[in-house]
Design a protein around this ligand. Structure first.
Ligand code: ZN
Length: 71
């Protein structure tokens, strides 16, 4: 009786931070920077804050994310 070999590939944390990946899963990607920017502006109007469009490295689309305030 031979058991199948299960290879577990450890998740590599090399490329992309966890929140980038998470934001990719949570959000609908935009086809272009222009669309992402338009969406960012409408969210800014509604909730305030600062959103910036960025190219996603996981789904090859565009998302909008919060601009982290720096001290
Ligand atoms: Zn994405």
């Amino acid at each position: 009786m031979v058991a199948g070999v299960v290879s577990v590939s450890a998740g590599r944390a090399g490329s992309g931070s966890w929140f980038e990946r998470r934001s990719c899963l949570d959000k609908v990607p935009f086809a272009s920077r222009h669309e992402a920017r338009a969406a960012a502006r409408s969210v800014e109007r509604r909730y305030g804050g600062r959103l910036e469009p960025y190219a996603c490295r996981f789904c090859d689309g565009w998302h909008v994310g919060h601009q982290m305030a720096r001290r």
